[in-house]
Ligand binder design. Structure first.
Ligand SMILES: Nc1ncnc2c1ncn2[C@@H]1O[C@H](COP(=O)(O)OP(=O)(O)OP(=O)(O)O)[C@@H](O)[C@H]1O
Ligand SMILES: [Mg+2]
Length: 244
């Protein structure tokens, strides 16, 4: 099966500080991969490079069949609009817009009609159990509810890959658990690949496998999921018997 995300030798420095020192990572269609590691190890930088938000200095990154380092800015933003959903620790909803308008926005940006965008946005708000908050603005909902709206916005375009950076980091454990259950349900139903940066073992437990980043490198093998399962490397394979 072709990889949805395939990174090789990714390097990124800030000034003379190397944040990524040659990262290899591969994620297959429908795989949920947790990216863990100590603070400052390069997890967010890696996710930003993979999402095409930050340009890597060296190495090759392919997302949904597009080689990021070989395409221009316009094509990269088109790729981000169509194939990549992004969910950060703080949802970054647009304060002036209602929940419905926030979720409809990515669809409008890619040229969908207002009526169709609103309808799909409503469906996604319902999927995340915040349909009744459609007309509220971000300041009028709880943190957990705002993160569900942000998750609906990240998935409304049905991207090939969802890139999430500490999506539950600002939530209490119950709200975090509910959000992760809904995100993984939606992703698994559609075969969406998920890259999930987290510090939280309970969040990582939603993944099929885990890769560990340390000092700007993927250090394997991470611990296998499930008792007695074989070790997996940064390039898989998924341990037999783990949820597909
Ligand atoms: N924009 C930036 N300018 C300069 N240095 C940066 C920048 N972004 C990240 N860094 C540095 O790069 C390294 C990796 O940072 P990164 O944010 O990727 O870590 P992280 O693993 O996500 O950490 P955390 O778990 O705390 O979020 C750190 O040493 C950080 O200080
Ligand atoms: Mg980070």
């Amino acid at each position: 099966m072709t990889a949805v995300v395939h990174a090789t030798g990714v390097q990124k420095s800030f000034g003379n500080h190397p944040a990524l020192r040659g990262v290899d990572l591969l994620a297959r269609p429908g795989e949920i991969v947790a990216i863990t590691g100590p603070s400052g190890s390069g997890k967010s930088t890696l996710l930003h490079c993979l999402a095409g938000i930050v340009r890597a200095d060296r190495g090759s990154i392919t997302v949904a069949g597009h080689q990021l380092d070989a395409i221009g800015e316009e094509e990269r933003s088109k790729l981000r609009r169509n194939e990549i959903g992004v969910l950060m620790q703080f949802g970054h909803l647009v304060a002036e817009l209602t929940a419905l308008q926030n979720v409809a926005l990515p669809l409008l940006l890619r040229g969908e009609s207002r009526a169709s965008a609103a309808q799909r946005a409503r469906t996604w708000l319902d999927r995340f159990a915040v349909g009744d908050l459609a007309d509220r603005r971000p300041t009028q909902v709880s943190g957990g509810q705002a993160q569900r709206v942000a998750a609906a916005r990240a998935l409304v375009t049905e991207p090939a890959v969802l890139m999430a950076d500490e999506p539950t980091g600002a939530l209490d454990s119950l709200a975090g658990e509910e959000l992760m259950a809904q995100v993984t349900l939606a992703a698994r139903a559609r075969g969406t690949t998920v890259l999930l940066v987290t510090h939280d073992a309970r969040v990582a437990a939603h993944a099929d496998r885990e890769v560990v980043v340390r000092d700007g490198l993927v250090v394997g093998p991470p611990r296998a999921r499930g008792a007695g399962g074989p070790s997996v490397t940064a390039e898989g394979p998924v341990a037999p018997g783990s949820p597909a």
